[in-house]
Design a binder for this molecule. Structure first.
Ligand code: FPP
Length: 288
């Protein structure tokens, strides 16, 4: 956020600054947070309101979490705003969600830009209404050179859609002779996904008590820590976000290794011989 007005920062309360400082002192904030924003409908139905009221209130949570992420220096925030499956909802709800997306982009663009946020989108963007596509393209272009938080909206997105698309693109490049099947490895697959250029999420948050991935970032979350909460998305604000971030900071990520390995530095790495000798010692002691 170097050299840019920090409007959001100035809006923070003393207590919020203290809480954020405490989180920053943990020195283990995720670089990339992905969120499945769920429970808008239930939030509204519980208040005898139309479902769209839940989506409207959900926008306030989006605003708060985007701001808190930027303030804390989280580098990437990816929000599951509309899945490929969401097209099956009643047309009136789909239309309302598209209008809300337009509203969010139009009312928030100035502030996102002033706060150095770079907007990005993944998914089958061509499937969105033309007007949404135009507003989205303008917002992406306007914030293109910003160097702060990268805010990615997943729109008409699903993990399987992205994988199928990547497989098609790879196959085409093999057919054209640009690639051979032996070139295909994990890095190459990642580079054909719409998330290329984003690091894999460190933390995935899902609200509303569901314990599913719902076709979100299937390839990218192989090693991601998951935080789920009963809180419905419209009630999920920065206080609980801080709880999720603190919980993440407490966890140990092993990437398939042992706890001991994670604390070894290069010189402290035991040789195969000493590893085997302690194993034999252990077996001998057990036999004795
Ligand atoms: C899931 O709640 C939420 C969605 C399908 C849409 C999320 C959209 C927003 C938060 C507003 C627009 C977003 C942006 C980024 C401007 P649900 O309707 O499935 O809730 P339910 O499971 O309780 O029915």
């Amino acid at each position: 956020m170097v050299g840019r007005p920090q409007q959001w920062l100035s809006e923070r309360t003393e207590q919020d600054i203290e809480q954020q400082n405490a989180l920053l002192q943990l020195e283990r904030l995720p670089r990339h947070v992905a969120i499945i924003m769920d429970g808008n409908g239930r939030w509204a139905v519980g208040r005898k309101l139309p479902r769209i009221a839940g989506h409207c209130e959900g926008i306030e949570s989006v605003r708060d979490i985007v701001k808190a992420s930027a303030e804390l220096g989280v580098e990437y925030l990816t929000l599951y705003a509309f899945s490929t499956e969401n097209w099956r909802r009643p047309q009136a709800e789909v239309n309302a969600l598209m209008r809300l997306l337009e509203y969010y982009l139009e009312t928030e663009l100035e502030e996102l830009d002033q706060n150095n946020v770079r907007l990005n989108a993944i998914g089958k963007i061509a499937a969105l209404p033309k007007r949404v596509q135009r507003i989205l393209a303008t917002a992406i272009e306007r914030t293109r050179d910003n160097t702060g938080l990268v805010l990615t909206l997943a729109l008409s997105y699903s993990g399987r859609w992205d994988l199928v698309r990547a497989i098609q693109l790879i196959s085409l490049d093999v057919r054209r002779g640009k690639l051979s099947p032996e070139d295909i490895n994990e890095n190459l697959v990642s580079s054909y996904l719409s998330t290329h250029g984003l690091p894999e999420p460190d933390l995935l948050i899902r609200t509303s008590g569901e314990q599913r991935i719902s076709n979100f970032l299937l390839w990218e979350i192989a090693y991601t820590e998951i935080y789920t909460t009963e809180t419905l998305w419209p009630d999920f604000r920065r206080q609980e976000y801080y709880t999720a971030l603190a919980e993440y900071a407490r966890r140990e990520r092993r990437f398939g290794m042992t706890s001991e390995q994670l604390s070894w530095d290069e010189s402290g790495m035991p040789s195969t011989r000493s590893y085997l000798s302690s194993l034999f010692d252990f077996l001998a002691r057990r036999r004795a």
